[in-house]
Design a protein around this ligand. Sequence first.
Ligand SMILES: [Zn+2]
Length: 221
Amino acid sequence: MPLAKIEQRRATDEVLQALRDAILTRVFSPGQRLNVEDLAANLGVSFTPVRQALQLLAAEGLIVIQPRSGTYVATLSPRDVEETFDIRRALECLAAETAVTNATEEDITVARSILERLAKPVESEADRALHETANRELHHMIIRLSANRRLAEMYDSLHAHLTIARLHRVGESWQSRLDLEHAEHEQIVDAFCRRDARALQSALRKHITRAKQELVNELVP
Ligand SMILES: [Zn+2]
């Protein structure tokens, strides 16, 4: 019956959100074993939405399902971060080549407005969420404007934003680097608006390399 399916989907979405938040806020720690029965009892739902949500979290790289062994919160090593960000950098620099010619005047206006949003002070958890959304929009825009579907799929499969979210919860030092980050975003938007592919690539390379190093440092005790 179609209504039952909608209910089921809604339950899966809600379980997914609750479990993702629990991982990102470290209610569940990296390496922790997750039990379907316990999760279902805690969330007051049946096993099915929990199992479906776990499959989706595995695709996002937040959990690892080991057949016959169990389900665990994915651990995050410096190497995981390095690999993810090296590929991210390569894909964004590749996207930059065609994004500057594919961009319309409207896209350029949008990029400028994203930069304005990124300049707003970050003083609360809500500000932080808005900042991260604007940051994601800027990078996604370059990827989208590459007009290369395979490139966009590879980029999405990295789930780099989840890696960032997991690590930003650990350290508070990122706040002090906001000025530096803003200067980098200004260079990115400036090169994009001038449709200068080389300058855009060099600004992206600098920004992503710095971000990678920062996240790796959060993981090295
Ligand atoms: Zn950025």
